[in-house]
Design a protein around this ligand. Structure first.
Ligand SMILES: Cc1ncc(COP(=O)(O)O)c(C=O)c1O
Length: 406
């Protein structure tokens, strides 16, 4: 290959990006730590890594349903009945009854008239935003919303204004900066994936209403996690009027793949014909649809899973805080352990692993400089004894790595 041609210039660009990632080179040991493959043990939440049995504390499977026999059977039945793929987009031979059942039950579960499922949460966020909004519109996004929402705004060609994380007063100030007369859309994550705090939605809604803005909330880390029965942010605040467009994923609490959007029937009809990832990409596979539907039904029938997550995560958080460990603003199953530099987070993760627990580091640029952390989450599969074991490991490793004073 000619190094002075296109490939050489690409190499140059990759080098520049690697340098921007500060201390680290591509694929160094810090970053490799996040890509370690885990073998699932039948007695989840334990995993095997390099022949060692370790307690997994960084799973997104909040409801503990990954590996649930009922969910596996539903996926298997769907494959036996419909095959392994849908071989078409939803509008052209790709729709199976499971999609429509899943959409109807999701809509009912999150308290909306109608819902649509896509093949990922990323596809929902980019597709919904890019089809609904355009260059005249302004998206006012919390500074830490998920990247897929920002990508959607870029695709829409809309103006993006970022406001300080979870700060409704700052949002109000930013409203003054909007120049165009198009739509204003306030975008939040219901639960922030790296901090575990909950959007201050009643106050945010108030600001939005004052300015005639729509509110869109991403429930990816909220479904099955917050609200008494896991219905997400509106149930958490005991309101049903906080969100105009709800979106979410089927790959976290719901142990499948796919994403969803819920709202008025008219909006879903519009999205069916305008959201490009829905219209121009193959439909959600039968196994994924079957698994998601079964898991949603289990969530509906077993709200004690949600209670368990909330009780045990509160207990873990208070043990860590009592030990002097910084867990930021966490108030959900997602608990960050803030370490500082990328190196500090890596050393801490290794010490935690030495104590028998997996807590995966999240490094820059995924989080701001000097706020590298371990991202911990409590699931319905963690028994109180597992949580105690994890708390001890986090405490011990914090002493060993001088994260807290002995
Ligand atoms: C808040 C949030 N939204 C959307 C997504 C994307 O969902 P998916 O993985 O289904 O594409 C994620 C997943 O990482 C997420 O954390």
């Amino acid at each position: 290959m000619n190094a002075s041609g296109g490939w050489g210039r690409l190499e140059h660009r990759l080098d520049a990006i690697a340098r921007r990632m500060r201390s680290l080179e591509w694929g160094d040991e810090y970053r490799r730590a996040s890509f370690v493959p885990y073998d699932m043990e039948p007695d989840q939440p334990y995993v095997t890594v390099d022949g060692r049995r370790l307690l997994m504390m960084s799973s997104y499977s909040y409801l503990g349903l990954a590996g649930d026999q009922r969910v596996i059977e539903a996926a298997t039945t769907a494959v036996e009945h419909y095959g392994t793929g849908n071989h078409g987009v939803r509008a052209l031979a790709g729709t199976i009854p499971l999609h429509e059942e899943l959409e109807a039950e999701l809509a009912a579960f999150v308290g909306r008239e109608s819902a649509l499922v896509f093949t990922s949460g990323y596809a929902v966020n980019t597709g919904v935003i890019a089809s609904m909004f355009g260059p005249d519109d302004t998206l006012l996004v919390d500074k830490t919303v998920h990247a897929s929402l920002i990508d959607g705004a870029k695709l829409a060609g809309a103006t993006v204004i970022r406001w300080r994380h979870n700060d409704p007063e700052h949002l109000d100030r930013k409203m003054h900066e909007v120049q165009s007369t198009g739509l204003r859309v306030v975008v939040v994550d219901s639960v922030y994936s790296m901090d575990g705090d909950i959007a201050r939605l009643p106050e945010i809604r108030e600001v939005a209403d004052r300015w005639g803005a729509l509110v869109m909330a991403d429930e990816a880390h909220a479904l099955g996690v917050i609200g008494k029965t896991g219905r997400g942010i509106e149930e958490h605040y005991g309101r049903d009027d906080l969100v105009d467009v709800k979106v979410g994923t089927l790959s976290k609490g719901i142990p499948s793949m796919g994403g969803w959007v819920a709202g008025p029937e008219r909006l879903m009809l519009f999205l069916k014909y305008h959201a490009r990832p829905f219209l121009f990409s193959a439909a959600l596979g039968p196994a994924q649809a079957g698994a998601a539907l079964e898991a949603l039904r289990i969530l509906d029938q077993e709200p004690e899973r949600v209670t368990h997550i909330q009780r045990e995560s509160a207990r873990l958080r208070s043990t860590l805080v009592d030990a002097g460990i910084d867990v930021g603003q966490s108030e959900t199953a997602v608990i960050p352990i803030i370490c500082g530099s990328d190196g500090a987070a890596y050393d801490y993760a290794m010490a935690v692993k030495g104590a028998g627990v997996i807590g995966l580091p999240v490094l820059t640029p995924a989080v701001p400089n000097n706020l590298a952390r371990l991202r911990i989450s409590v699931t319905a599969r963690h028994s109180p004894a597992d949580v105690d074991l994890a708390a001890n490991a986090f405490r011990l490793a914090a002493y060993q790595t001088h994260l807290i004073a002995a």
